[in-house]
Ligand binder design. Sequence first.
Ligand SMILES: C[S@@+](CC[C@H](N)C(=O)[O-])C[C@H]1O[C@@H](n2cnc3c(N)ncnc32)[C@H](O)[C@@H]1O
Length: 276
Amino acid sequence: MNNFILSNLNKLKQISIPNPEIDLRVLLNYSKYVKNEIILSNINIEHINLKKFNKFLNRRLKHEPISKIINKKSFWKDDFYVNRFVLDPRPETEGIIEESLNLIKNKQKKFTILDIGTGSGAIAISLSREFNNARITAIDISDKAIEVANKNIKNKKLLNKIVTKRISIDKINTSFDLIVSNPPYLSKSEYKDLSIGIKNFEPKIALNGGDDGLNFYRKLAQKIPKIMNKNAHLIIEIGERQFNSCKEIFKLSGLNYIKKRQDLQKKDRIMLLSKL
Ligand SMILES: C[S@@+](CC[C@H](N)C(=O)[O-])C[C@H]1O[C@@H](n2cnc3c(N)ncnc32)[C@H](O)[C@@H]1O
């Protein structure tokens, strides 16, 4: 490998970036003049826009995630535009899409969905792709997140299927057949312990669930029975240690617990509930 590659790899290694080779390759490929893929072992430096590359590398050296630098993150079957105003959609959240597919076998069914805290719009868009006839409302309290969701919805040509609203969950007054949400659920101490890459580059409003992380679930539990149609379901993401608390919170609000789902690390991650 040539000196250019070795010295830049070293810079990434020195600050313990977990996959320096992969990151370097991605950054180079996003800084190239040419069409063909850049490969570390036989790179031609003349193919690289060095000014652009150095800017990208300096951002990575400050621990900014690759997704925020290249404005792209994959989720379910699509790539999404992301920036520092939205949480990067994460693989464990794909469980919400899988549970929706398990629940609603008829993919042509006409029904309504509410996505609470849509962020990049990843959940709403992925559900819209799977359920062609679903009418989806995607809400978020953050203006900037709604801008990102709108951009993704427009890019995927789903403007006629998904309506977005900048509104808090407390203000929703219509009812839905399926409600999905990946809410902010980190406790104060979990938030404090986050890596720099998350704490400095993901929005706090997307992560912070109050002292014990359960604030949003309590708020939701009060509201949710009033905005669920008869036979409606709620599919919600939870923190890895929140299953018992969430079960209790939603029981008190009169919802019927159906099942939970674990992620690939066997951590409790998704709950399915219904209206009694
Ligand atoms: C964990 S992020 C989820 C983003 C996206 N749904 C995903 O799964 O990748 C939570 C989102 O909830 C939004 N949010 C926080 N409080 C809210 C509220 N009271 N009403 C609606 N959205 C809220 C935040 O702005 C943030 O975009």
